[in-house]
Design a protein around this ligand. Structure first.
Ligand code: PBG
Length: 322
């Protein structure tokens, strides 16, 4: 059958009709909102590179989490800015580190909100790399021990999910084993499985003060040109015990999200990263785009590509207008 009998426009006539046949839906429950925990008290400072997002001290982060919970957003993911950095990122796995304190504070006031933690050393190391550095090289195996310690300290503080983002080989297995042997066998791992060495992390590195002090991350994060390698990373992480697999960034990698969703039977997450958010905010500030419509279109396309869960700085804006 074809035109004039076939007329796809018939189903676009009204919003009720369009809504009835809509293939992709997105609710705040699918979203995770990133929060940046800073030292001190009473700190609520807007992050210049991420308009609308703030550096928050532990007391303020709990208040913010309550707002996020009330908006129906599924969860938050926590990043920490330590008081002091050192070569092995000690504050990252200290029981009284900012993130560990923030987890307890949030769990004290929020009964439903999921608390996810980013497990990575780069915010805590003086050199800004995601692992232990020896002879100018990021060492894989010695890093696993520190990542496991960090995940365990988050678990002890009450995290609901841990999310390793460092891209060391074998870290999911190491963390799984550490959690299991400490009695946290029921705690899920959201693995940043296919994380690319991307220029889209620029604004985050300013927000988390985590830019590498020498070199770059191409020795551990993935080459943006590769798709089949993403499937291999996903397979390895699942074999090691990942419960949810993530693709990051999201918008420039929709094909990867689709391929992962089709090849894996695990839930898929996608990280709509800082650079993707900052581009929308900057163009909106210039009056060049309709921010609300563009945000919806971007988040819907990430979901249409196959993401079950989206980590996004737009989460509050989306939920407010959902
Ligand atoms: C830590 C980490 C990064 C992001 C999430 N976890 C930065 C990086 O790898 O350089 C990026 C998030 C964003 O850009 O929004 N390794």
């Amino acid at each position: 059958m074809s035109f004039p009998k076939e007329r796809p426009r018939r189903l676009r006539k009204s919003e009720r009709l369009r809504a009835m046949v809509r293939e992709t839906t997105l609710t705040p429950a699918n979203l995770i909102y990133p929060l940046f925990v800073a030292p001190g008290e009473g700190v609520r400072k807007e992050i210049a590179s991420l308009p609308g997002c703030h550096h928050l001290s532990v007391d303020q982060v709990a208040r913010e989490a309550e707002v996020v919970e009330k908006l129906g957003i599924g969860g938050v993911i926590l990043f920490g800015l330590p008081q002091a950095k050192d070569p092995v990122g000690s504050e990252g796995y200290a029981d009284d580190g900012v993130v560990q304190k923030a987890i307890r504070a949030i769990r004290g006031v929020c009964k439903e909100l999921l608390v996810v933690t980013d497990v990575c050393l780069c915010e805590y190391t003086s050199h800004g790399h995601c692992g232990v550095v020896e002879q100018g090289e990021v060492q894989n195996d010695p890093t696993l021990e520190l990542l496991s310690r960090m995940a365990l300290s988050h678990a002890r503080a009450g995290a609901h999910v841990v999310a390793p983002s460092d891209m060391m080989d074998g870290r999911v297995g190491a963390i799984r084993e550490a959690l299991d042997s400490a009695g946290f066998g029921a705690l899920p791992i959201l693995a940043y499985a296919a994380k690319y060495a991307s220029s889209f992390y620029g604004p985050f590195r300013e927000a988390a003060d985590s830019a590498p002090q020498f070199g770059d991350r191409r020795g551990y994060q993935m080459d943006p040109a590769n798709l089949r390698e993403a499937l291999r990373e996903v397979r390895l992480d699942v074999e090691e015990g990942a419960d949810i697999v993530m693709v990051k960034p999201a918008l420039p990698y929709l094909d990867v999200i689709r391929a992962v969703a089709e090849s894996s039977d695990r839930p898929v997450a996608a990280y709509n990263v800082s650079g993707e958010y900052a581009m929308v905010k900057a163009a909106a500030a210039k009056g060049w785009i309709d921010e609300d419509r563009m945000m919806r279109e971007i988040l819907t396309s990430i979901r249409r590509a196959g993401a079950d869960v989206i980590l996004t700085y737009h989460a509050k804006d989306f939920a407010r207008r959902a």
